[in-house]
Design a protein around this ligand. Structure first.
Ligand code: URP
Ligand code: ZN
Ligand code: ZN
Length: 464
């Protein structure tokens, strides 16, 4: 007799929904089949049983322009759980000349008593140095297979120049580390920003002027060339434009092991919102793009961009309001972890992407790229029983009042979502249900030991 059996639902098996049952025992999925007997039977009539979602890009407690992102590891992971997210990957954010492993240990200490779902970190550095290179071999020993760098943010000293970029990719290829890149041409952005400041033009419309699409396209093209040259796996974070996605597609066909993610904000929001009275509440880097680009971006989801992650980096209205009319003082970023699964699955229910694409981009694809598969990201006997129970009939009008993230607005306010998560299991335990609310534990998440990536999602074979 199994501990729990989920009955009367459609279970996501081999890329499709199958009318069957799923049993859980000792934190794992124990069986999938019919007539399973459990000490506890949970009736999920009309629901979809899907793998728990993975948000591969979050920024909890991130300092940015005099503010700190509003969610800490507890509030952010609780909100994620309410939305159907069971794992997240955050960043180590090196402080000054802090060692790569020191910054990892600092972030683990910050997370371990707070995170309520399972987690890992991408190592994240500022400028390349010999000291950084020397520590790279230790990353796998700590269960980390990824390193994040920036091609922009010159003013904060994070921007990598081309020499540093090439050195990092060369070193990471040697150690089989995937390099995540914030790909915007920072030199051009800094030049356009200086020009805007000189002309006294600092309003929200300047976000698109100083960070135009070509800065993303050019950065991805340069990066892709270095990826092909070195053979280093590269993952472009928060691809905002269809033009940027096309650069990835072209480069992958030419043999560069390059892939990437987009985020819900680039699929649902467009630059018209920036022109509204509260336009600065929609500020993020890269900025949200025009309506036509947003529509075209959907066509690249799954094949070219096998992951949708959130870049969750929320700031309360009071913190956004400190901008005082200048984008150069704005804390950039948007809330997202809690609405990730529903917005992506809504994309399927609205006919924009297939069910398989919608599920895979938030479950098995990030798990494969970040070395967590099959422990995470799938419903196979023997794997962690991380489960989201999605009710496709539960129409929900998004409003910040119904959400758990520690932020007092939602950029998706008023959006009608076709379905919603109603129950979340973390390693076999119900940590959230729509009926009873939060049932998990502060600090109940564990750090995931990640291994080498699945190479298919970096090759052109998975493009066709
Ligand atoms: O605006 C954004 N994206 N804020 C978070 C930091 C980053 O660049 O990912
Ligand atoms: Zn970024
Ligand atoms: Zn980010």
């Amino acid at each position: 007799m199994y501990e729990k059996v989920l009955k009367n639902a459609a279970v996501y098996v081999d890329g499709q929904l199958v009318s069957t049952e799923l049993a859980i025992d000792s934190q794992k999925i124990a069986a999938i089949g019919n007539n399973l007997a459990g000490k506890e039977s949970i009736d999920l009539k009309g629901c979809w049983v899907l793998p728990g979602a993975i948000d591969a890009h979050t920024h909890f407690s991130l300092p940015f322009a005099q503010s700190i992102s509003a969610d800490d590891f507890f509030s952010g992971s609780l909100a994620g759980a309410a939305g159907g997210v069971t794992s997240f990957i955050d960043f180590t954010a090196q402080q000054g000349n802090e060692g790569v492993i020191d910054s990892l240990e600092r972030r683990i200490n910050q997370a371990k008593d707070l995170a309520a779902i399972d987690y890992s970190f991408h190592a994240c550095i500022g400028k390349y140095s010999e000291a950084v290179a020397e520590q790279l071999p230790q990353l796998y020993e700590h269960g980390i297979n990824s390193l994040k760098i920036f091609m922009a943010y010159g003013k904060t000293g994070l921007m990598q120049d081309d020499a540093g970029l090439l050195k990092i990719l060369t070193a990471c290829q040697k150690h089989k580390i995937t390099v995540l890149v914030h790909a915007e041409n920072g030199v051009i952005i800094d030049d356009l920003s200086a020009e805007a400041i000189k002309n006294g033009q600092t309003g929200i419309e300047q976000l698109s002027v100083t960070r135009p699409v070509h800065t993303e396209v050019e950065a991805i093209r340069r990066l892709a060339y270095f990826s092909r040259l070195t053979g280093c796996n590269v993952y472009v974070v928060h691809v905002s434009s269809s033009e940027g996605a096309l650069e990835i597609a072209k480069a992958r066909v030419e043999g560069a092991p390059i892939t990437g993610e987009t985020c819900p904000q680039y699929l649902y929001l467009d630059s018209n919102l920036l022109n509204g009275p509260k336009g600065h509440y929609y500020s993020c880097c890269p900025p949200i793009r025009c309506a036509a680009s947003k529509e075209r971006l959907w066509s690249h989801v799954s094949k070219v961009l096998p992951v949708i992650a959130t870049d969750h980096c929320p700031f309360i209205k009071k913190d956004k309001d400190t901008w005082n009319g200048s984008i150069f003082n704005l804390p950039m970023g948007l809330p997202g972890i809690e609405t990730l699964p529903s917005l992506v699955l809504n994309g399927h229910l609205q006919g924009k992407i297939s069910l398989k694409a919608a599920v895979d981009v938030i479950t098995c694809n990030p798990a494969k790229i970040y070395g967590m598969y099959p422990q995470k990201g799938t419903l196979l006997p023997g794997t962690d029983a991380d489960i989201m129970v999605f009710d496709p009939e539960k129409e929900t009008i998004i409003s910040s009042d119904m959400l758990n993230m520690a932020v007092d607005y939602s950029p998706y306010e008023g959006l009608n979502c076709k379905g919603w998560n109603i129950m979340t299991f973390l390693r076999g335990e119900i940590i959230y249900s729509a009926k009873s609310g939060w049932k998990g534990k502060k600090g109940g998440g564990v750090m995931i030991k990640r291994t080498a990536p699945y190479q298919g999602l970096f090759s052109s074979s998975d493009l066709s």
